[in-house]
Design a protein around this ligand. Structure first.
Ligand code: ADP
Length: 262
């Protein structure tokens, strides 16, 4: 026979239950607000390139096509806007796959330095165009073996290095550093000496579509989803990502990973 609960205990249970319901309702409200904001942002993101394309195509059809110079220029602008939408759709696909849990984290052992080198190579055209020097700083004895999803970590590094270039200055410097923080963890950091991020924006840069300068980001082909994707991937590994930055000095974004003995 179960001992009977005292009135006080029953009241306590009811209060706990009510508190839990209140928290659940709050969470649902936040999710709903989040969903609404996301949809608003999304339609806004698509409207910009669509209206631009509409404008160029209509102007071409109304006669600008006869002018070879205008023709080429407007078609180039159209292509740029189409590319922006393609980037957006790719990033959205990635986010939804990550959020639905459809994509599983497939951990293997690999050398982090090799992946950094591959990412540097694939972005060589961009670094070269801005005359940026990209180097690797060894904070511990290489090779550093990490245990993570190699393709996803490569994507994180790609997004971070691409941002470091996009928001970096001409003739600037990008550094990728790796350290061992303890027996089982490593810290990987991508640093630049570019425009930096003001303190008031720092807590929000990992949010979807959050940008410190929307016009500038769009202009350089940003979708505002790159850092949100990075955060998702790192958190799916059970690890953390953080940013520190100073306007006009530079930005460093670092994340932790599990390490593995050789
Ligand atoms: P975007 O596609 O706009 O680059 P991200 O999600 O990758 O979107 O980054 C969000 C915002 O954070 C950027 O729009 C930019 O304002 C800021 N940001 C990201 N990386 C850097 C960096 N290395 N230097 C300065 N600002 C950055």
């Amino acid at each position: 026979v179960l001992p009977q609960k005292s009135i006080d205990e029953v009241q306590e249970d009811v209060a706990k239950w009510a508190q839990q319901r209140r928290e659940e309702i709050e969470m649902l409200k936040t999710n709903e607000a989040y969903r609404k904001e996301f949809l608003q942002n999304l339609s806004h993101e698509f409207k910009t390139p669509i209206f631009a394309i509409q404008g160029y195509v209509e102007t071409l059809l109304q006669g600008a096509m006869e002018d070879a110079r205008l023709n080429k220029k407007f078609l180039q602008n159209t292509a740029r806007n189409v590319e922006r939408m393609v980037n957006l759709v790719n990033d959205l696909d990635e986010i939804s796959r990550l959020e639905s849990g459809e994509q599983r984290i497939n951990k293997t052992k690999f050398v982090i330095q090799e992946v950094i080198r591959e990412v540097y190579q694939s972005l060589y055209i961009l670094t070269n165009a801005k005359n940026i020097k990209a180097t690797i700083k060894k904070g511990c004895e290489p090779p550093l073996f990490v245990y993570a999803d190699k393709e996803k970590i490569k994507q994180v590094l790609f997004n971070l290095v691409e941002n470091a270039i996009k928001y970096g200055r001409y003739g600037g410097h990008i550094t990728a550093s790796f350290y061992k923080t303890d027996e089982a963890h490593a810290l990987i950091e991508i640093g630049d000496d570019g425009i930096g991020i003001a303190a008031e924006h720092l807590p929000r840069v990992f949010e979807r579509f959050y940008r410190t300068d929307v016009a500038r980001s769009r202009d350089i082909g940003g979708t505002g989803l790159g850092l949100a994707i990075c955060k998702h991937i790192i958190e799916a590994h059970g690890q953390v990502i953080h940013v520190r930055s100073k306007p006009d000095v530079g930005t460093t974004i670092g994340f932790t990973l599990e390490t593995k003995k050789e």
